[in-house]
Design a protein around this ligand. Structure first.
Ligand code: BTN
Length: 253
């Protein structure tokens, strides 16, 4: 059960999450907001997603007591989509750090001790070349520990790392509070996320593996740029900018 009173008592936003739709099951909360009429700030939460979507065409499993939600955001310029990943990551870290030492694996996986606790996916719809809808979807493992074999040693749940009870309603409202604040600062050019990144990154100054189209390359992470792209040094010490890809999970990289 989702306790709306608890959620609203902690929500301090002007726009995000004022209207919340709660479903027992939808195919995907992201798809729901893309496919149906909605107002900016609308949030959809689902106990279960029959076709939860992950990044790079993968599926996302919504476990019992996971938090799966999406929010419709006022972003109409595609150049803001990568920065939005970063702002969303900051918002989740600011929320979950009350329970565990969470960090971001670029662009937006949230990890505890190298294990993934949260994933995010931005979906968009265009009218011709106009960005019409931007939907940010976030999935957080709250107390599940029964992960399928293929992700068992890569995933974790936030409750494992804290003796404080983790309540989804507080997590969701708190993420929205932070996100609205970050988006406002960002729009008004008052957010230096490039500098902030080093406090949030799981891998700053570390050797990392980047996977792009099944090719794995070793780099050292040195930061992000104003577009939200990852700045790395290659094995010859030359700076490169990474626009997409994933930082490897393989342990001991
Ligand atoms: C990833 O790490 O691959 C991204 C996972 C994103 C999952 C969330 S759960 C809520 C929203 N609805 C979806 O179908 N996906 C996102």
């Amino acid at each position: 059960m989702f306790n709306k009173d608890l959620y609203f008592s902690n929500l301090q936003t002007k726009v995000l999450g004022k209207n919340i739709l709660i479903f027992d099951e939808v195919s995907s909360t992201n798809s729901y907001l893309i496919d149906n009429y909605g107002n900016i700030g609308d949030v959809v939460v689902a106990k279960n997603q029959s076709k939860g979507k992950g990044r790079s065409g993968r599926s996302w499993l919504t476990f019992r007591d996971s938090l799966a939600f999406s929010v419709l955001l006022p972003i109409y310029d595609a150049k803001y989509l990568l920065p939005l990943n970063i702002l969303a990551g900051f918002s989740v870290v600011d929320t979950l750090k009350n329970y565990a030492e969470v960090k971001i694996k670029w662009p937006n996986d949230i990890v505890v001790n190298g294990l993934k606790v949260c994933g995010m996916l931005i979906d968009t719809s265009f009218n011709g070349s106009n960005l019409e809808k931007t939907v940010l979807g976030i999935g957080i493992n709250i107390i599940n520990n029964d992960f399928p074999v293929d992700i068992k040693n890569k995933a974790t749940s936030i409750q494992n790392w804290s003796s404080k009870e983790v309540k989804k309603e507080i997590i969701l409202s708190s993420i929205l509070n932070h996100l609205e604040n970050y988006i406002n600062l960002f729009i008004n050019n008052k957010l230096d996320f490039v500098t902030l990144w080093s406090n949030y990154s799981a891998n700053i100054n570390n050797d990392i593996n980047i996977h792009i189209n099944n090719i794995v390359t070793k780099y050292k992470e040195i930061g992000i740029n104003n577009d939200g792209c990852l700045i790395v040094l290659n094995s010859s010490g030359v700076k490169e900018i990474i626009l997409s890809g994933e930082i490897g999970y393989d342990f001991g990289d």
